[in-house]
Design a binder for this molecule. Structure first.
Ligand code: SF4
Ligand code: SF4
Length: 146
């Protein structure tokens, strides 16, 4: 069994806004509420937002996901690598890097250091164990891509 990430003394994280995590292939998952909130923020009807950003939707739950593939990055990322919906970005993005798979396996945290300079950054904020556990609960996702 692979060891879990040691969070007993907390972990440091400081985002440099490099945008690397937003170009990792995977999916950005959005709840139905997040779809509406982001569409509102962009001044778009939800249907227009979904059409424009290639959102796959579960017809039962209305939860949706934006595929990030072929190294092209999240379609909500601007050319200068900023999140165009930063104030209302999905919880998947706002809870990075404290995702279940990152905490559940130390090797995954180490792997993601190859592209995320914020992980264990010496000048990053120290998140306590309880803060981390709270963020893991909020995020609750299973795929990659920040
Ligand atoms: S890769 Fe890490 S440091 Fe860069 S924007 Fe994403 S979270 Fe921030
Ligand atoms: S929604 Fe924003 S923070 Fe999340 S992956 Fe897309 S560009 Fe990055």
């Amino acid at each position: 069994m692979n060891p879990r990430l040691d969070i007993t003394s907390g972990r440091r994280f400081g985002c440099t806004m490099c945008g690397n995590c937003c170009v990792e292939d995977g999916y950005v998952h959005l709840s139905a509420f997040e779809v509406r909130r982001i569409a509102d923020y962009l001044g778009l009807a939800p249907s227009v937002f979904k059409g424009r950003y290639l959102v796959d939707e579960d017809p039962d739950t209305l939860a949706a996901s934006i595929p990030v593939k072929d190294g092209k990055g999240c379609p909500l990322l601007t050319p200068d690598r900023q999140c165009s919906v930063h104030p209302v970005k999905p919880s998947q993005c706002s809870t990075w890097p404290f995702w279940p798979e990152m905490i559940g396996e130390a090797a995954e945290w180490q792997r993601c250091k190859s592209y995320c300079p914020g992980l264990d950054a010496k000048d990053g904020r120290l998140y306590s164990e309880s803060e981390i556990r709270g963020l893991v609960t909020l995020g609750g996702r299973t795929d990659e891509s920040g």
